[in-house]
Design a protein around this ligand. Structure first.
Ligand code: SAM
Length: 202
């Protein structure tokens, strides 16, 4: 991904959600996007047109739009009607976003629509975030990457965020992922950890 003088950008036509531009580039704000925060904290995320993505928790399509600037097909799942309207609008301006209105706890609704992907990105702020991730591994190619944006306070508001994170790491590893990087996203997003995982080849 491209960083110009410390500013993360993506290629694509601007004016999607009021983002600023830098020449031909769309500025990708780390305070509005946990994925931007992760990249600006130094974690390399390989994203190009050969990478197809399943995106869980698409919201209004803010981050989705930037991911789609770099990636191949992006299957974007969201269950709330209001953000879904914006997501559909964002999808109209791109040729590679497939918006899916569904609950990620009911993947049978969309499993016929989604192919095996190279990257799964999950940002759903639910108590069962690790379990949702584990259930979606069937969509991930061997050797593929799973990025879980863990909102620790959604799992347990009273528990120490580091303990919540450690329990989630154990859950993901028990499900078969190798957790390669744990990156806290402060100061951009408090009590959020990005768990960057790989599904082993064997
Ligand atoms: N990823 C978005 C971005 O960076 O632009 C922000 C996502 S927001 C933190 C979390 C989203 O997950 C909300 O839009 C919420 O409606 C959605 N969500 C939460 N639970 C969900 C579920 N069970 N199924 C589908 N979407 C869900």
């Amino acid at each position: 991904m491209k960083i110009i003088d410390g500013t993360l950008v993506s290629p694509g036509k601007g004016g999607v959600y009021g983002e600023r531009t830098l020449g031909e580039w769309r500025i990708w704000d780390p305070y509005r996007s946990k994925l931007a925060a992760l990249v600006l904290k130094g974690v390399d995320v390989a994203l190009d047109s050969s990478v197809n993505v399943l995106y869980l928790g698409a919201a209004n399509g803010t981050t989705v739009s930037h991911v789609a600037d770099y990636a191949g097909t992006v299957y974007a799942v969201e269950f709330a009607p209001r953000p879904m309207q914006d997501l559909i609008e964002v999808s109209r301006r791109r040729t590679n976003i497939v918006p899916i209105m569904a609950d990620v706890n009911r993947m049978q609704v969309y499993e016929m629509l989604v192919e095996q992907v190279d990257l799964i990105y999950q940002d759903v702020a639910q108590p069962n975030q690790a379990a949702i991730a584990a259930h979606h591994l069937k969509f991930l190619k061997k050797g593929g990457i799973f990025i879980l944006m863990l909102k620790t306070r959604s799992v347990n508001v009273r528990e120490d965020p580091k303990a919540v994170c450690e329990a989630s790491v154990q859950h993901l590893e028990a499900a078969g992922l190798v957790v390669e990087t744990v990156q806290w996203l402060d100061p951009y997003h408090r009590d959020h950890a990005a768990l960057v995982c790989r599904l082993p080849e064997e």
